[in-house]
Structure formats: C-alpha cells, structure tokens
Ligand binder design. Structure first.
Ligand SMILES: *[C@@H]1O[C@H](CO)[C@@H](O)[C@H](O)[C@H]1NC(C)=O
Length: 170
C-alpha cells in the first residue's frame, strides 16, 4: 500500500516529463492567441480603434502558427503518448477556432461598414494556408497507423476556415 502510494506520483509525473514535446507547447500558444483574438472580436463595437487589437492578435497568430510548423518540422517522430497529448491540444484548438471564426462571421457587417471585409478575407486565406501547413507538419510526425485519425482530427479546423472564407468572400 505504502509503496504504491509512493510510486503513484512518480508514474504520474514520469510520463508527463518524458513526453514533453515542443508541438504541444506551440499548439497551446496558438490556441491561447486564437481565444484572445475571438475575445477581441466579440468585444468589438465596430469602431476603427477597436480593430487594432483584432489586427494585432491576428498578426501574432500567423507568426505563432508558422513557429508551430517549424516546431513540428524540428520535432522527432512522436510516440503514442505524445500523439495523445498532441491530439488533446488539437481538440482544444478545434473548439477555439470554431468559436473565434464564428465571432468573426457574426461581426461581418461591422467589418463591411469599415470596408475591412476584403482585408479579413485575405487574412483568413493566409491563416488557413499557414494552419494547413502546420497540420501537415504535425501529422508527418504522428505514427503511421494514426495518421488517418490525425487528419480527421484537424479536419474541422479547415472546415471552419472554409465557412468563414465563404462568408467574407467579396
Ligand atoms: C462551429 O461548430 C458548429 C457545431 O458543430 C457548426 O454548426 C458551425 O458551423 C461551426 N462554425 C464554424 C465557423 O466553424
């Protein structure tokens, strides 16, 4: 009993330490900025000044996604546990991307009034492209037998971008 109690924390801490991977960190950073961007859009009243945080977060996001691609390219192949961790982080990102792009779609008329919708459209295209590249780089590091599953997992992100791009298409 006592031995189990002693070993349990070790087994919990051990794998977590062993499986730390830069991809999870990068995905978490991307997720947090996606959430910040969504909040900036939701809070926005439609004034020109309020577009600043939106543009800032959106630019930061693009840089972070590119860093995520680099992290994935530089990463060694993921083992099973690391794949689970990456999948968990991806699932969170799927939700944030949906929420943020939904907020963007809801705000379309405000962007229209400032003649900014074409800019958002171009930005969404860049973001979608960068995100696809990041996904591909991550999937390449997932064990072969899990790659199809991984593709299914990131597919909703692409679908969210498609929806938003459709709405902002001039
Ligand atoms: C977000 O998810 C809901 C529920 O699956 C879906 O109906 C909606 O179209 C999605 N929106 C975007 C922008 O991805």
């Amino acid at each position: 009993m006592k031995l189990t109690a002693l070993l349990l924390p070790l087994t919990l801490v051990g794998p977590a330490l062993a499986t730390t991977n830069a991809i999870v960190g990068a995905l978490t950073t991307v997720d947090q900025t996606t959430i910040k961007l969504g909040k900036a859009v939701t809070k926005w009243k439609g004034d020109i000044f309020g577009t600043l945080p939106i543009i800032t977060e959106s630019t930061t996001l693009l840089v972070q996604v590119k860093k995520g691609t680099k992290a994935a390219e530089d990463s060694p192949a993921l083992d099973f546990q690391q794949t689970i961790d990456v999948a968990t982080a991806t699932n969170k990102l799927v939700v944030s991307v949906n929420t943020t792009l939904s907020a963007l779609i809801t705000s379309k008329r405000k962007f229209d009034k400032l003649l900014m919708s074409p800019l958002i459209f171009v930005n969404l295209g860049l973001q979608k492209h960068a995100t696809s590249e990041m996904s591909a780089a991550i999937i390449a590091k997932v064990p072969k037998e899990l790659q199809e599953l991984a593709k299914g997992l990131v597919a909703p992100i692409d679908a969210s971008f498609e929806k938003a791009i459709d709405v902002f298409h001039p």
